[in-house]
Design a protein around this ligand. Structure first.
Ligand SMILES: C[S@@+](CC[C@H](N)C(=O)[O-])C[C@H]1O[C@@H](n2cnc3c(N)ncnc32)[C@H](O)[C@@H]1O
Length: 267
């Protein structure tokens, strides 16, 4: 794993990748033909995906602002995605410039784009690491992660809209490893698609990801609750993303938002 500016990055743009499909839903330009084809197949069965993606980003921003205001100055954002308009470090450093953020993603294209971001923002407070959420031990032990994140101090681990891409593993086991590395009072920010609302659409979208060779799964609330073992949930608990501490009127049609969001505090 490297963040070296000179290291070549291998991209396979012939296969769709969730980071670039998500970028397409959000109206970004960092996607290729294979990503757009797969994303269009999802949008065909569930046009609400764009609204779900927007609400997911809004949830992430509200959660980051809340945690920075609560004193958190370190964020480990796993499954961070391509840089978008309001990235975690921008939201956080706007309130507290000394906040340190490490982005982790397994898509090499995220690394490429993040290098540009890093040269714009400077090293020191923000870093990008290419790693897989299926290997939480490696993330916790990673040299670059440890250069910025002090696991003894208050921190937030973010798993926002990423664990659905680990359909073949128990997500609570992955999170347990991260939880054990966190200090008491550390936070977990999580969002996850669910089949509890519009289950047919959620499952059909998962099938389009499976066909695009990016296997995904929508989970039920009980499975999400299990992920928060060892954490106390902040109010209002596990809710559809627009309902997590909204800052204004909720304008999205809640019947269409099959995505949960929640924040927990390690006991
Ligand atoms: C839907 S995007 C979410 C991006 C961002 N967290 C957000 O919520 O706006 C999912 C991200 O997870 C990344 N991802 C998928 N599988 C992963 C894995 N096994 N390990 C690390 N990252 C992964 C994808 O590359 C993509 O950037």
């Amino acid at each position: 794993m490297t963040n070296d500016e000179r290291a070549p990055v291998e991209l396979n743009v012939d296969v769709a990748h969730p980071a670039r499909m998500y970028d397409y839903y959000l109206g970004g330009k960092d996607n290729y033909e294979a990503d757009r084809r797969a994303a269009e197949a999802s949008l065909e069965v569930a046009p609400e995906i764009r609204a779900i993606a927007r609400e997911n980003r809004a949830f992430l921003e509200r959660a980051v602002r809340h945690l920075v205001r609560s004193g958190v100055r370190q964020f480990l954002d796993i499954g961070a995605g391509l840089p978008t308009q309001r990235n975690v470090h921008e939201t956080a450093q706007e309130i507290a410039p000394d906040t340190r953020v490490v982005y982790v993603d397994n898509d090499p294209i995220v690394l490429v784009h993040a290098r540009a971001l890093l040269s714009a923002y400077g090293l020191g407070r923000t870093a990008v690491v290419q790693a897989d959420v299926r290997e939480p031990e490696a993330i916790v032990a990673d040299e670059q992660v440890n250069a910025l994140i002090d696991f003894e101090q208050p921190l937030a681990v973010m798993l926002v809209s990423v664990l659905q891409f680990v359909p073949d593993r128990e997500p609570h086991e992955i999170v347990a490893t991260l939880r054990d590395a966190m200090p008491q009072g550390g936070y977990l920010v999580l969002s996850h698609p669910t089949q509890d609302f519009r289950g047919d659409q959620a499952n059909q979208v998962a099938s389009t990801y499976n066909r695009a060779k990016a296997p995904a799964v929508a989970r039920r609330k009980a499975e999400i609750e299990r992920i928060f073992e060892g954490f106390e949930l902040l109010e209002p608990g596990i809710v559809q993303t627009p309902l997590w501490r909204p800052e204004g009127e909720v304008t999205s049609d809640l019947d269409l938002i099959w995505m949960y969001g929640a924040v927990g505090r390690k006991l």
